[in-house]
Design a protein around this ligand. Structure first.
Ligand code: NAD
Ligand code: MG
Length: 389
């Protein structure tokens, strides 16, 4: 028995918010007794990556940062753990024979490694929404051709995945993505104009990485999630609704043709979605906080304000225009977000830049290969960088 029964897993982006929660779930479900870790990857936080790799007994540890190879090698000396770095190292990690891969690298940097894992047929636990925003159906096709399963980890999409029965897909009328509204839900445009990254990153309900926290404040996170949902569940743009729900208890809903609406509820803790993706089609025991409905007393809902949060309407536009506008929206958004984090542009300028880049690159044909996706992403980044300058 023993080793033969162990599941082999890889975590791309193990040092981030989703990555550390994934390791926490794995350890609570038996750790090294039940799982074998083929590879862990990180970027700048070498001490954490080395500590994780030793603790869980990973075969391979990879830093995306080539300049940190020596540092990682030193930190793992004597451990027997293999070390690699850079783009080729990430590919090596993705291609190791793990049956389940958590895709938790942030941003478009996650696309290449996640695709490599998908193409060799691993089950992909997808936190990295940018894969679907940029590559759309090409990414879905790569997973299908590889033969693995696509297990959504983003809490909204995981909620929909939980309540969407395969043999009822034909009867799905709409999906309703819930949004917390972020820290600026009740702020005016003037109040948002001068906020800094430190203010914008303070999410009311979820504890997440820096970039997704700021994307939640601008609602670009919801914009990405609309496009993500569209590809994941093969929906028409008009079937995707967004509703602001400040408590973040209803994680999303599916509306059927008979008028029924099914929802998945829980406390805002990503470990539930990660555990579901790891245990699917079964469920596991997790010590996440339980909902106390009496204490909760009420659930609030309100329509999103697309004037204060134009990201929502930009997502709709990207879906309607099709082509490579998903990659364009994401590439421009990542460039604008980096500039906002560095204090080079204001909070509201992010959406203005994305809109102008989408205007400038409208009408590009749909991608027929990943090269087209990377080219559109690159053009959007260059156009955004020029505007910022
Ligand atoms: P994070 O910033 O906390 O972690 C990102 C991880 O990616 C780290 O391991 C980091 O080392 C690695 N990384 C950073 N830059 C890299 C690069 N250039 N090349 C390779 N690796 C790099 O981010 P996060 O909050 O854990 O989010 C990860 C992904 O999951 C994002 O796509 C995000 O949108 C998505 N997501 C996160 C949450 C959440 O609760 N945090 C929820 C839903 C979806
Ligand atoms: Mg989400």
């Amino acid at each position: 028995s023993g080793d033969d029964l162990k599941r082999r897993l890889t975590i791309l982006g193990s040092t981030g918010s989703i990555g550390t929660s994934t390791l926490d779930v794995i350890e609570r479900l038996g750790g090294r007794d039940r799982f074998e870790i083929a590879a862990l990857t990180g970027n700048g936080n070498i001490p954490l990556l080395a500590e994780q790799a030793r603790r869980i007994g990973a075969e391979l540890a990879v830093t995306a940062d080539e300049d940190r190879y020596g540092e990682l090698k030193d930190a793992l000396s004597g451990s027997g753990i293999e070390v690699a770095a850079g783009r080729s190292g990430l590919t090596e990690a993705a291609e190791r024979d793990a049956g389940w891969v958590m895709a938790a690298i942030v941003g478009n940097a996650g696309l290449g490694p996640t695709l490599a894992a998908a193409r060799r047929g691993a089950d992909i636990a997808l936190a990295n929404k940018e894969c679907l925003v940029s590559a759309g159906s090409l990414f879905i096709d790569a997973v299908a051709e590889g033969g693995g399963r696509l297990l959504p980890v983003d809490s909204e999409h995981n909620a929909i995945f939980q309540v969407l029965e395969n043999d009822q897909r034909h009867a799905v009328e709409r999906i309703v993505l819930t949004a917390s509204g972020g820290p600026f839900r009740t702020k005016t445009l003037d109040e948002m104009r001068h906020v800094t990254a430190d203010v914008a990153r303070a999410h009311p309900n979820w504890s997440m990485g820096l970039k997704i926290s700021i994307d939640s404040a601008s609602m670009f996170n919801k914009a990405l999630e609309m496009i993500e949902a569209r590809h994941l569940f093969r929906l028409r743009p008009e079937q995707i609704e967004v509703i602001v729900h400040p408590q973040s208890v209803v994680h999303s809903m599916v509306g059927y043709t008979d008028g029924s609406v099914l929802a998945q509820l829980g406390c805002p803790d990503m470990r539930t979605a990660i555990g579901y993706a790891l245990s699917y089609p079964k469920r596991c025991d997790l010590p996440v906080e339980r909902l106390d409905f009496a204490r909760l007393a009420r659930l609030d809902f309100e329509a999103p304000d697309e004037v204060r949060f134009p990201a929502i309407k930009l997502a709709r536009r990207a879906m309607e225009e099709g082509g490579v506008q998903g990659a364009v929206l994401n590439g421009a958004k990542e460039t604008a977000l980096d500039a906002f984090i560095k204090g080079r542009i204001g909070f509201l300028a992010m959406a203005e830049i994305v809109e102008k880049v989408m205007d400038g690159l409208a009408g590009l044909p749909a991608a027929t290969s990943m090269d087209d996706v990377f080219a559109a992403d690159e053009r959007a980044r260059r156009a955004a960088a020029e505007m910022i300058r």
